[in-house]
Design a protein around this ligand. Sequence first.
Ligand code: SF4
Ligand code: FE
Length: 488
Amino acid sequence: MSAGEYIESLRRLGPRTVYLFGERVENPVDHPLIRPSVNACAMTYRLAELPQYQDLMTATSALTGRRINRFVHLHQSADDLVRKVKMQRLLGQMTGTCFQRCVGLDALNAVWSTTYEIDQKYGTDYHARFRQYVLEWEEKDWTVDGAMTDPKGDRSRSPSAQSDPDLYVHVVERRPDGIVVRGAKMHQTGILNSHQILVMPTAAMRPEEGDYAVCFAVPADDPSLIYIYGRQSSDTRKLEKSPVDVGNVHYGGQEGIVIFNDTFVPWERVFMCGETEFAGMLVERFAAYHRQSYGGCKVGNGDVLIGAAAAIAEYQGIASASHIREKLTEMVHLNETLYACGIACSAQGAPTAAGNYLVDVLLANICKHNVTRFPYEIARLAQDIAGGLLGTMPSEADFASPEVGPWCRKFLAAAGPHPPEHRQRMLRLIEAMTMGALAVGYLVESMHGAGSPQTQRIVIQRQADLEAKKALARRLCGIEPDDLVPKE
Ligand code: SF4
Ligand code: FE
């Protein structure tokens, strides 16, 4: 699809029950608070139209041999994984926010390999069903919401021990033609900008938790679904019709809750149902892909913020100060370290039994763990360079006012040839990315998206192989024999 066709395709979805600020939204696509997030997701289609980005934005389908958008591609090599990260950095640069489509791509690749392995063990036909689904997904160039995170209720209790069983998505009825599911998924990135929802379990499940080990797909306009839009700091600035004060004029992120209010799913769209020991595998793979993703998108966002910090330093006449140059260097160092991790876990990727490529899981977790820290330091340095006006600047309306506008421009003048408006716009962008609506994408999402820091530490601990490292030390200090000592 072209970007225009994508936006039109969202308008053509059937009526959806969407709530924002306690009110029903009939046309989410054109709602001023939602539209910037549509524009960001549309960028994944827009760049694929441009010849100079074909290499990153498109790929050759492993199923049909046709040219497809890389966001619907089963990774066929480590090079595909590297290109994915480069594509995400590019999109992060072009939007300055979360462009939302990676959750579907990551779910696609995780479900592909997991269904294959379930079938190997149980003789089920989940993989063949999923293959059919993927063919349609590629053909229609869908944006698919990969939905993982459940509300989880009391974190100290397992899904089956919750006082309310709906706190984890579960099967409430098995019928000859399909299943009925109930529950909710939280923090769903791009949920209203998706054509389909691909639901996965949120955690490893115990043998008695078969009803919770469920993976399925439903159309986003299924009438049983209820959506509640998540708000972001300073989000109502988008309603003020002030392009300056929003900071990022056209683009934004989107998260919401989706409720499955007894949703019927036909068997051909069910890709796991009761195979509890595979829930953990699916979670680990989806998480690994998505932790890789952050080594691309957040780096692209970081590029924007570093650029904004360098520009505001210029507008305020401090660009040549040595401490400013030092801070910018530090920001670049941190940002490129994240990129190095994203590239490394991709380059070390390996094929799964199903044939598509999986990232190096340990390195992907290292990548995301650094992402839970470095963007905060980059944001701190950007605020340091920006100065106090970041928190005290008058509104765009004051700048436009015939009474106080001239005073604003006189006293908020910029250095050199730069007009005060450029200073104003750049400060608003830094504000939006470090504490406004875009900080949800650049900071909170960096902390918690694709799993909070502790979830990465658990994987790192599991994969660290301390026994092998202890053996290295024992050999070198002479506790164990060393057969490799050079002999004369
Ligand atoms: Fe993609 Fe990044 Fe948004 Fe996740 S946070 S959907 S990886 S842009
Ligand atoms: Fe995310």
